[in-house]
Design a protein around this ligand. Structure first.
Ligand SMILES: NC(=O)c1ccc[n+]([C@@H]2O[C@H](COP(=O)([O-])OP(=O)(O)OC[C@H]3O[C@@H](n4cnc5c(N)ncnc54)[C@H](OP(=O)(O)O)[C@@H]3O)[C@@H](O)[C@H]2O)c1
Length: 223
């Protein structure tokens, strides 16, 4: 049985493209999570229509997290702690891939370091050692993810304190058509999250939609 991924907040901008790519890869079963189960079901139905087969289900966030092997969090930072509280019962023993970026609207092109050090570190602190938190995908713009056949010229920097959990996130990146790279401990997520604010500023100044980052010097398929 392929592993199940729940994309919490998968009704927004970033989550659906990731869900679509993972479902299309055939390597995962995918659940869209929402505060409203009917909204999740609608988002799942839209993705299934695009896929031409029924590969994605919709559920309320807590049920989605409980039903998954790997949980991916794609909600605004303002909803980060409350959403984690709402799903924590279903996270025990699992990997949480945190895609969240702390931003302070309207100044979204400025790096904001939250009180706990970074969104991902705050998630780990809130959830405790029974959940392995990995930070990934924060630098991948939703505009690139939405077309699953569109190649993306950006790397996924993966930060975490558990090697197996990071390897799972690298595999998720590969299944989504991306190159995932081990970017060190979870503490390093502060830089990766901050890079997203830098990229948003670059998007604005250069009038583009999806600036990204690429690590050079290590070849296409690092071991
Ligand atoms: N968009 C991008 O290009 C991009 C790129 C990289 C990283 N990110 C990061 O990924 C995360 C998600 O981004 P996004 O653009 O997908 O966000 P979004 O569309 O604004 O929100 C995603 C989902 O989060 C839930 N949500 C929104 N406000 C909430 C609230 N106040 N309380 C609880 N749930 C709430 C909603 O789901 P329900 O209403 O269905 O519950 C919503 O559909 C953010 O942290 C963002 O910084 C985004």
């Amino acid at each position: 049985m392929p592993p199940t991924i729940a994309v919490i907040g998968g009704t927004g901008h970033e989550g659906p493209g990731l869900a679509l790519r993972w479902a299309k890869s055939g390597q995962y079963r995918v659940i869209i999570g929402s505060r409203q189960p009917e909204k999740a079901a609608g988002a799942a139905a839209e993705l299934n229509a695009r896929l031409g087969q029924s590969l994605v289900r919709g559920m309320a966030n807590p049920e989605a997290a409980a039903a998954a092997d790997v949980v991916v969090l794609t909600v605004p930072y303002s909803a980060h702690a409350a959403t984690l509280e709402s799903i924590r019962a279903g996270l025990a023993g699992k990997i949480l891939v945190d895609v969240s970026v702390p931003l302070q609207p309207p100044q979204v092109g400025r790096v904001y370091i939250p009180p706990g050090g970074s969104a991902a570190v705050e998630a780990q602190t809130l959830l405790g050692g029974d959940v392995r938190v990995v930070a990934a995908f924060q630098n991948i713009s939703a505009v690139h993810l939405e077309d699953p056949d569109h190649p993306i010229e950006s790397d996924v920097l993966v930060c975490g304190d558990d090697a197996a959990a990071k390897a799972e996130a690298v595999a998720l990146a590969r299944a989504a058509g991306l190159r995932g790279l081990d970017a060190g401990p979870l503490q390093n997520a502060v830089v990766v999250e901050g890079l997203t604010a830098v990229l948003i500023g670059i998007n604005r100044r250069y009038k583009v939609k999806g600036a990204g980052i690429r690590i050079t010097g290590i070849g296409e398929e690092p071991s």
